[in-house]
Structures are given as structure tokens and as C-alpha cells.
Write a protein that binds this ligand. Structure first.
Ligand SMILES: Cc1ncc(COP(=O)(O)O)c(CNc2conc2O)c1O
Length: 373
């Protein structure tokens, strides 16, 4: 039963999520662990639905960015290990402990402050910054100070990890530097990083390219959604992935305009001849931004250009014939053997595929397919 009224929606294929997770599990089998990275509402796909499908397909644990995301998922998944990748506030440590969440730490002062609020154990993963320069401790001295400080607290070390900045690129210097630095920490602090401490380093690119060098667990994000971290990873690994996200709509209006008539705000498009113009109910109010003027969509299996400025709720396309109202429009996905990919949209916007499903906001309903397995 459809629970929305509008003529635009995103189809999420949960069988694709399962297929992609199985590809990762095949290349990185148990007892190694795979985190399904479902932060940012599962990269715009829907965190609960994706987490459920990923777990069905063999994912061992979940990773999110925010305490808010983790608490939301804990309500749906009472037993699954959940790691928060971002920093939470020290005063929120009891919330994480109460919900049995794993928290990322990398500041000694945080450890001391959080412990003042805690009256039960809190599971933590130590983040090491080996070159991403975003979060993490930066030296062995810092690591020693933090681990020493931890001894007298309620914090329980459950993991140690780092994040790779260029695993998706044909760049070896920083990649090898990061891997070497990480191993140096693992060796130097082996008395702290015992069997119970999970060691993890890989994102999708690291996990797909170098599974044998990825320690105890990998954090599988973009690949789970059927998108490659880069063309290099796709071509080098040849791992088959199936895109889970497609974006559908219908023509809500079609008319013919005369030569020299203009389209939309600011008259940035002028018809050169009699032209059929269709209106599609998606706009920058949905995250389909104005820079997508000049991109294209599929109607009847053929690519047609977006003409004139994208509005808040609609955009216009130049057609080559009259189509009836309600004619299906594929904005991202396949139609009659033709395809517009998330990568095509990313290329037009001079960005990466990660950003595209994330940018399509929650005014666009997500419709889940192949839910129960
Ligand atoms: C710490 C950490 N681990 C794993 C992942 C998963 O990476 P993947 O999707 O390439 O597999 C991310 C993704 N973080 C981001 C992806 O894009 N921008 C980010 O900050 C991350 O920040």
C-alpha cells in the first residue's frame, strides 16, 4: 500500500543490498567481521531497512556517525553491536552506555570527563589518525597517555581503528604510510590490544582491494549500496555490485511552445523551434539542485535534457514528441535498456557518487522492494 501522494519517489532494492554484502562476506569471510556502515540514514537509502537487509546477508555489526543514529537503530536492533564513528559529548557517555553502544575515543581529556558521568562500563574503540587528519590520536605518546588514563575508568577497550584517505586512488605513498603507521601502533601497544580488542582499518576501497591486509573487521559503506568508491576499485577488483538506489517520477504536464519562448525563472533557455516541453515534479526542495540544469532524464527509454532553471519543486525537460500526462520518467536508474547512473549525476555535478543518494532528502519517499527474505 503506497503511503504517499506525490509523483516522485526513490526505489530501494534490498536484494541489491543483500547481494553486495554477500560479495564482501565472500571476500572477507567469518570470523572476520563486516560492519554495515549505515550512517546518514544509510547514505540516504534508509538506515533501518538497509541494516535489516545487510544483517540478513551476513553483516556482523553496524556503524553510524552520530549517537542519535545509534540510539535510533538500537531501538530496532537490541542485540547488534553498533559503533559510533564520530565524537560524542563526554556528558552523553551514559546514554551510550545505557544503550550498549560502542563509542569512538581519541582525547585523554574526553576519557576523564566522560568517566565523571559514568556509573556503568562503556565500550570504546580507540581511533588512531594515521594520515586522514580528521579524528584520532596522532602519536604514540598520546596513545600511551590515553590508554594509561583509561585504566582507572569505566571505559572498556573493545577496538582500535584508523581510516584510509586514499584507498580508492592509484596513490601508494600515503596509503602505505597509513598502513605502516597503523601496524606500528598495533605492534607497540600489543599489550593493550589483546585478543578482545578488534583491530580494523578498511573502508569499502581498502576492504575490496586488500582484504588480506584488513585485520579483524572492515567498515563496508559505499560498496554495500552497489556503488564503487572509484572506477579504479571497480576495474581492479571486478567485484560485481548492484546499485540499490533509483529515482522515479512521472510527467505532470506536457505542452508545445513556440520558437523564442523561454523556460523557467530567468529565461535561461529559449526554444529555437516549436518544442514539446515536459514538467517533472522534482526540484531543489528535494535536493535535486539547480546545477542539474543541462543534465538529462529518461522518458520512454530515451535521454532528454533538463532545460531552464530547476525550480524548488519541478524541472522541465525538452522532449521530441508529445507524451501523455503520467508518462514514467527515470531520473536515476534503467528504462527500456537505457540507464542513467548515480555516477552520471555525480559526474555532471563534479562530485562523488556518495553524495547523490545522500542529497535526495526525505521529502522524496523511499519505496522498499524485496523487504522480507
Ligand atoms: C570512519 C569511516 N569508516 C568507514 C566508512 C565507510 O567508507 P566507504 O563508504 O567508503 O566504505 C566511512 C565513510 N565516511 C565517509 C564517506 O564519505 N565521506 C565520509 O566521511 C568512515 O568515515
Amino acid at each position: 500500500m503506497q503511503s504517499f501522494y506525490r509523483d516522485t519517489w526513490a526505489d530501494i532494492d534490498l536484494d541489491a543490498i543483500r547481494f553486495n554484502m554477500k560479495q564482501m562476506k565472500e571476500r572477507y569471510p567469518s570470523p572476520k567481521k563486516v560492519y554495515a556502515v549505515v550512517k546518514a540514514n544509510a547514505y540516504g537509502h534508509g538506515d533501518v531497512e538497509v541494516a535489516q537487509a545487510a544483517l540478513e546477508a551476513g553483516a556482523d555489526q553496524l556503524a553510524v556517525a552520530l549517537l542519535d543514529e545509534a540510539v535510533h537503530l538500537r531501538k530496532q536492533f537490541p542485540e547488534v553491536p553498533i559503533l559510533i564513528l564520530g565524537r560524542i559529548r563526554p556528558e552523553q557517555a551514559p546514554v551510550a552506555a545505557e544503550h550498549n553502544l560502542m563509542v569512538t575515543i581519541f582525547q585523554s581529556e574526553w576519557v576523564l570527563k566522560a568517566d565523571q558521568y559514568l556509573n556503568e562500563p562503556l565500550q570504546v574503540h580507540l581511533k588512531i589518525d594515521t594520515g586522514m587528519n580528521r579524528q584520532g590520536i596522532k602519536s604514540a605518546d598520546e596513545a600511551y597517555a590515553l590508554l594509561t588514563t583509561m585504566k582507572s575508568t569505566s571505559l572498556v577497550l573493545k577496538g582500535v581503528y584508523s581510516h584510509l584517505a586514499t584507498a580508492d586512488e592509484d596513490e601508494r605513498l600515503l596509503l602505505e604510510t597509513q598502513m605502516t603507521r597503523f601496524q606500528q601502533y598495533i605492534t607497540e601497544f600489543q599489550d593493550y590490544f589483546t585478543e578482545e580488542v578488534e583491530v580494523h582499518l578498511g573502508n569499502s576501497a581498502g576492504a575490496m582491494r586488500f582484504p588480506e591486509s584488513m585485520y579483524d573487521a572492515v567498515r563496508f559503506g559505499i560498496g554495500m549500496y552497489g556503488l564503487y568508491p572509484s572506477d579504479l576499485v571497480r576495474d581492479e577488483t571486478k567485484i560485481p555490485l548492484k546499485p540499490a538506489f533509483s529515482l522515479q517520477s512521472r510527467l505532470i504536464h506536457i505542452k508545445q511552445i513556440e520558437p523564442n519562448e523561454t523556460i523557467s525563472y530567468g529565461t535561461t533557455y529559449t526554444a529555437q523551434e516549436k518544442e514539446w516541453i515536459g514538467t517533472v515534479p522534482l526540484g531543489y526542495g528535494d535536493g535535486w539542485i539547480r546545477k542539474l540544469q543541462g543534465f538529462h532524464v529518461l522518458v520512454n527509454g530515451k535521454k532528454y535534457p533538463i532545460v531552464g532553471r530547476v525550480c524548488m519543486d519541478q524541472f522541465m525537460v525538452k522532449l521530441d514528441q508529445q507524451f501523455p500526462v503520467d508518462t514514467p520518467v527515470v531520473i536515476i536508474g534503467e528504462q527500456q535498456g537505457n540507464v542513467v547512473t548515480t555516477d552520471d549525476v555525480a559526474r555532471h555535478l563534479e562530485t562523488i557518487n556518495y553524495e547523490i543518494p545522500c542529497m535526495i532528502n526525505q521529502r522524496v519517499p523511499r519505496v522498499y522492494h524485496n523487504v522480507n527474505k
